[in-house]
Write a protein that binds this ligand. Structure first.
Ligand code: SF4
Length: 216
């Protein structure tokens, strides 16, 4: 099977498994999604969803959040990893949204990536899930699966994103990145695997019998 044939097979099988995957982070609008994605660094979506209702009671828009003391934000999100950095980023990005973007989340990679605490992956999630603009956010889980499915030989998420964008039609990017996340969570852990445990790997590599490893 060629790499493109593997991608086509993955697309078909994921479409059957997850025809309409929901966005895992609970949110109301682009701003609450942006803040939730910032909070999700090195945390589970479930943990983020457990604190955001309290955070929205404090403030659920850039103007209100920019007036909240950083210590009060920290008190609400304290149970999450990297909480002090995240509290600082949330206040900082809220102020920047007010000062430079009229209190609105900009639908632009460049403008998003200039916000404190917002990197390319976070900007990609917001562009994709808040604005419906095709993007392919690649986290470590998608990176791992893309390697295990033979869709990339990239040694980092930048190369993996470029490879996946070439293999999957642009109009499927927003859907397929979510589908891969769901598949990874349900089937493919970060631990070692002999590459025969799940249907997609068995279909792509029917004769594979050696351990599957992931390059960082
Ligand atoms: S067979 Fe192993 S490597 Fe392949 S998707 Fe399943 S758990 Fe992941």
């Amino acid at each position: 099977m060629t790499r493109q044939q593997r991608a086509d097979t993955v697309l078909r099988m994921l479409g059957e498994l997850y025809p309409d995957p929901p966005i895992p982070l609970l949110h109301r609008d682009p701003y609450t999604l942006l803040v939730s994605v910032v909070l999700s660094a090195q945390c589970t979506d479930k943990a983020v969803n457990s604190v955001t209702p309290s955070l929205w009671k404090l403030a659920d828009n850039p103007r209100a959040m920019s007036r909240v003391d950083e210590r009060d934000i920290l008190a609400v999100i304290r149970c999450l990893g990297l909480a002090p950095q995240k509290a600082k980023a949330i206040r900082g990005l809220s102020q920047m949204l007010v000062n430079e973007h009229g209190g609105k989340v900009p639908a632009s990679f460049k403008a998003l990536e200039e916000l404190p605490g917002v990197g390319h992956k976070t900007a990609s999630v917001v562009m994709s899930q808040a604005f419906g603009i095709p993007a392919f956010p690649v986290d470590t889980h998608i990176h791992r699966l893309a390697q295990r499915w033979g869709l990339t030989s990239g040694k980092n998420v930048v190369q993996t994103e470029a490879d996946l964008k070439k293999l999957f039609p642009r109009e499927t990017w927003n859907l397929v990145h979510l589908q891969i996340i769901y598949y990874g969570r349900e089937h493919c852990t970060a631990r070692g695997c002999d590459g025969t445990a799940c249907g997609i790997c068995r279909t792509l590599y029917p004769t594979r019998r050696k351990p599957v490893t992931t390059k960082k």
